[in-house]
Design a protein around this ligand. Structure first.
Ligand SMILES: Nc1ncnc2c1ncn2[C@@H]1O[C@H](COP(=O)(O)OP(=O)(O)OP(=O)(O)O)[C@@H](O)[C@H]1O
Length: 539
């Protein structure tokens, strides 16, 4: 019978518990675990616990508070996943293990030993993160600190208190210095990251909903040095009402969905572990010639209308989409337009040329290092931004146009005035209930719209629902979406296809199109995916 080889013990020591004086513990540190056994008189009956270094965010050593006490301490901070009682759901819960080192007579000797343990635990926890098989990670550098951007009005207006109640202490435990910037108005974050000296920051982290990240991504893409700037690791701590990207990265870790607070702690944990993945972006071109960059979704019809109409229910938090869905179902309507796409399996660059970008490393910036080029990085093209004076959007200030966005060339697209290339698929139906392109798994915290999506799969997951679906069938689809089961529901009106590019031409003169949940100029729109263009801190 094969038995697992016991791991080599790197450090062994016997220490008193910091709280509780006389109780002593034997600690064994291996490459992956910290085993803690209580030492009792009958040593045969020792009881112990084992803590995985995967769950550890940090460890620090410190002196005793009283000058005359020669003892020193080390505290290790774990966030293991705990299931709720009688449920598969749950979340990460904090566990601090603190031990007193007092073997030496002098305080310096004890502090030295405490530091040796703290360093070894820290190094072990840095080696073991929530990595998924088949994903290439970089590591966030920890030299300069994080820029944390908070939208105080996002969600139920509690982003700041959510941060201070659930995240601030965790960042300190992980030894991550940070600067908190509270946004004062829409596009404040966009302006800040456009002008920021990015060499001063290890990552840009938003504490908000997806809307603030949309600002940050587009601010980075408006810079002259966009190619390097967009490789700045981005982090997301959910404080909004939709929190679709946060829910997606939590889902990718394989953890079951939990409450909003549990999602926040999960994302805080991922941030502390600092593993950086590539993130697909889509460039979205509008009829005015404006172009913007999107990390999540493009929606028209039912979903876009619900997103915008449910703004008025944001005081109920994530439930606003359920309320909005029920309200819109009552006045279900048909949206007329033309949809065309380039299926994922058929995507030669239009000009036949290879991408013009040089073979850059995964992160050519100062932030992190990883192999492999990003295939779509071409020459910088100048486009207009998505604001114009006739078209105030949720994401733009119409009175003060933003600079043009730059970015890679859209090698799969032809100008909107021209017909789509002949190898594209043009959808026969022209009456829809919704059109939705997703690049990540979740549309909202509890809507697993694209179960097959991942951070960097290089495709857009296109869904459309043809007109003719009953209210009851549509409601059933949305209920099934909670568990990602809508595709298996056998609904003949629902079509799902993986695409690299798409074009949508609404026929009706008025309507709503959203990109990452933000309203954009209404009219013909097209998009193409750019594989792994951005970097995201995720497990
Ligand atoms: N200080 C601010 N005052 C007003 N609006 C802001 C401010 N900071 C950011 N915004 C804008 O508020 C909008 C909503 O922000 P965000 O998406 O972060 O929160 P949310 O809508 O609650 O979350 P979600 O998108 O997950 O539903 C975005 O368009 C963002 O640009």
């Amino acid at each position: 019978m094969d038995e697992k080889e016991p791991e080599a013990v790197l450090l062994y020591g016997e220490f008193a518990a910091a709280a509780g004086g006389k109780v002593r513990f034997a600690l064994s540190l291996t490459d992956t675990e910290l085993a803690v056994q209580r030492i009792t008189a009958a040593s045969a009956g020792r009881t112990g616990t084992v803590h995985s270094l995967r769950d550890c965010v940090g460890c620090r050593a410190f002196r005793a508070e009283e000058d005359e006490d020669p003892g020193a301490y080390f505290s290790a901070y774990f966030y293991p996943f705990r299931r709720r009682w009688m449920s598969s759901a749950g979340g990460r819960q904090r566990l601090e293990l603190c031990f007193r080192v007092a073997a030496a007579r002098d305080s310096q000797g004890n502090l030295h030993e405490a530091e040796r343990w703290a360093r070894a635990i820290r190094e072990g926890s840095a080696r073991h993160g929530p990595r998924r098989r088949g994903v290439t990670y970089g590591e966030m550098r920890r030299l300069r600190g994080l820029m944390l951007l908070v939208n105080p009005h996002s969600g139920r207006g509690q982003a700041l208190s959510l941060f201070s109640n659930h995240i601030q202490r965790m960042l300190t435990e992980a030894g991550l210095p940070h600067t908190l910037i509270v946004t004062e108005r829409q596009n404040h974050a966009r302006e800040l990251v456009r002008e920021a000296d990015l060499t001063k920051w290890d990552a840009l982290v938003i504490v908000s909903g997806d809307g603030l990240l949309f600002e940050v991504v587009n601010g980075l893409m408006e810079r002259d040095d966009w190619e390097e700037a967009i490789q700045t690791p981005l982090g997301i701590l959910p404080g909004g009402s939709g929190n679709a990207l946060a829910a997606s990265i939590h889902h990718y870790t394989g953890s079951p969905p939990g409450s909003s607070e549990e999602l926040l702690v999960s994302c805080g944990f991922l941030l502390c572990k600092g593993l950086v993945s590539r993130l697909d972006l889509a460039s979205v071109s509008l009829a005015s010639g404006h172009r913007l960059f999107s990390f999540l979704s493009l929606a028209w019809g039912f979903v876009a209308d619900v997103d915008i109409e449910s703004e008025k229910y944001r005081y109920v938090g994530a439930a606003r989409f359920t309320v909005g869905t029920l309200v819109r179902l009552a006045s279900l309507r048909v949206y007329q337009g033309r949809l065309a796409y380039l299926p994922a399996e058929e995507s030669p660059p239009l000009d036949g040329a290879s991408p013009q970008g040089q073979a850059t490393s995964f992160c050519s910036s100062v932030f992190c290092q990883l192999p492999k080029a990003s295939p779509d990085q071409g020459a910088a093209h100048t486009f207009h931004n998505s604001c114009n004076s006739n078209n105030a959007t949720k994401g733009c200030r119409s009175e003060d146009p933003l600079p043009a966005s730059r970015g890679p060339s859209d090698s799969l697209l032809v100008p909107l005035e021209q017909p789509v290339p002949s190898h594209w698929t043009v959808v026969k139906e022209e009456n829809f209930v919704l059109v939705l392109a997703m690049y990540q798994s979740h549309l909202a915290e509890d809507l697993l719209a694209a179960p097959g999506a991942s951070l960097e799969d290089g495709v857009m997951h296109l869904f459309y629902i043809k007109a003719g679906i009953s209210r009851a069938a549509l409601l059933r689809l949305f209920l099934a979406m909670e568990k990602g089961a809508h595709l298996a529901a056998g609904c003949p009106n629902l079509v799902y296809v993986k695409v690299r590019a798409l074009r949508l031409e609404p026929f009706t003169p008025k309507g709503v199109i959203t990109v990452d949940g933000e309203v954009v100029e209404y009219g013909p729109v097209q998009a193409q995916v750019h594989d792994g263009l951005a970097r995201l801190i995720a497990g």
